[in-house]
Design a protein around this ligand. Structure first.
Ligand code: CTP
Ligand SMILES: C[C@](O)(CO)[C@H](O)COP(=O)(O)O
Length: 383
């Protein structure tokens, strides 16, 4: 009995085009959709899929740094060619002999359902290639008005999967100087068998300026709210930082970092929306590097984690519990600073305050407490 080695599957994301038809300032693959560069969405879909062993991103010369910003410093990045088929061919050469199957994908199709990857991979068990398609549903006319029968016509999407040796042979055999709009036709030209699998409307290509809004509109958003709560002790000789603002007062807060109880409660609320633990998980109070540290970095970190998931912060609401100082005179500055740290509109930040009627530790001015609620929207990627 022979034990055939498990296939090693690579995703080859082609992102070396100029995106001229999209008319964006940067090539379209770096333009944001749902808060992140298109390339970042496509990359994540493959990087997180259990059937994909490696992801190689092909970019234009000079755009490597921009690509790393989008997909992370550790990503494999290669430099593509003049035509899409040149980019694919160069990518195949870079992948190495351990790769047995490759999924070629346009960065211009940012949302890749895991179910499509599953279907393409499953079809490759039998066929040389597999492409996701959608049946044409509109009546088709030529420019002169004559009808093109639509029965049996399909719109072809990516990712297109292939046995890598077959695709490499197809590229080698393709006539020099001749373009091909996709890889499946090259494999078929060589006699290879390419299966059609069900595509997905989420995979529509972003080609023209209006396609960005259409891509955004296809996303389903999940709204999540989470709360945070924090208390710090008031002590003589400490600075009083609240909401990222230094407030003149006879005493200040002591504890973790600069003890900004407002930013700490808000950081916990934001981390809660993505179930990412709490401030101590990310910045342990036992670690000396956080002693006296400015808390804005904790809040910015929570915002970055949300952005990394393609999420957006819809609203944050804070209630500060203290007898003194009066919060009213500092409210606008706190709102402005929090909005600045989170890079959101100040209209999405609410800061409120209340005394506890001289009751309890806040009433006795032994400490200040804050409760926070954050509402965040996260894109739901289809299965
Ligand atoms: N030399 C090229 C040309 C295209 N592509 C990639 O192939 C995909 C599909 O191409 P298309 O949507 O036509 O993108 P562009 O060629 O960038 O667009 P345009 O034709 O409008 O300039 C895109 O992800 C694009 O980045 C590539 O990697 N290398
Ligand atoms: C590969 C492709 O996305 C399949 O539909 C398409 O052919 C790319 O075409 P373009 O001319 O590069 O836009």
């Amino acid at each position: 009995m022979t034990n055939a080695p498990a296939p090693r599957t690579a995703a080859l994301i082609v992102a070396a085009g100029r995106g001229l038809r999209a008319g964006t300032a940067l090539p379209k693959q770096y333009a944001p959709v749902a808060g992140q560069p298109m390339l970042a969405h496509a990359y994540r879909a493959f990087a997180e899929h259990p059937g994909i062993d490696t992801v190689l991103v092909m970019v234009a010369e000079g755009q490597q740094a921009m690509a790393r910003d989008a997909v992370g410093a550790d990503a494999r990045i290669g430099v593509g060619g003049v035509l899409r088929l040149d980019t694919v061919r160069i990518g195949l050469d870079l992948l190495g002999s351990e790769t047995t199957r490759v999924l070629v994908h346009d960065a211009a199709r940012p949302f890749v359902p895991a179910g499509v990857i599953d279907r393409v991979l499953a079809a490759l068990d039998e066929a040389d290639g597999a492409v996701p398609t959608l049946a044409v549903v509109d009546t088709l006319n030529r420019e002169d008005g004559t009808l093109v029968p639509r029965a049996g016509l399909h719109r072809v999407q990516t990712p297109q999967g292939f046995r890598i040796a077959v695709l490499a042979r197809a590229h080698a055999a393709w006539p020099a100087g001749e373009d091909a709009s996709d890889d499946a036709q090259m494999v078929r030209a060589l006699g290879g068998r390419v299966e059609l699998v069900q595509g997905d409307a989420m995979l529509e290509k972003v080609t023209y300026p209006e396609d960005f809004a259409a891509a955004e509109a296809r996303i389903r958003w999940e709204t999540r709210s989470a709360s945070g709560f924090d208390v710090h002790r008031l002590e003589a000789g400490e600075e009083l930082w609240l909401g990222g603002v230094l407030i003149p007062h006879d005493r200040g807060l002591s504890g973790h970092s600069d003890a900004d109880v407002v930013l700490h409660a808000l950081t916990d609320a934001l981390l809660g929306t993505i179930a990412a633990g709490d401030i101590g998980t990310h910045f342990p109070p036992s670690d000396p590097q956080w002693r006296g540290a400015a808390s804005d970095q904790f809040l910015a970190h929570a915002a970055t984690l949300i952005a990394d998931k393609g999420g957006r912060i819809d609203f944050v609401d804070l209630t500060i519990l203290c007898e003194a100082p009066k919060i009213g005179p500092h409210r606008a500055a706190m709102i402005a600073r929090i909005a600045e740290i989170l890079t959101i509109d100040p209209a999405r930040v609410s800061v409120k305050a209340t005394t506890t009627e001289r009751l309890g530790f806040t009433g006795r001015e032994e400490g200040i407490a804050t409760q926070a609620i954050a509402t965040v929207s996260l894109p739901e990627m289809p299965r």
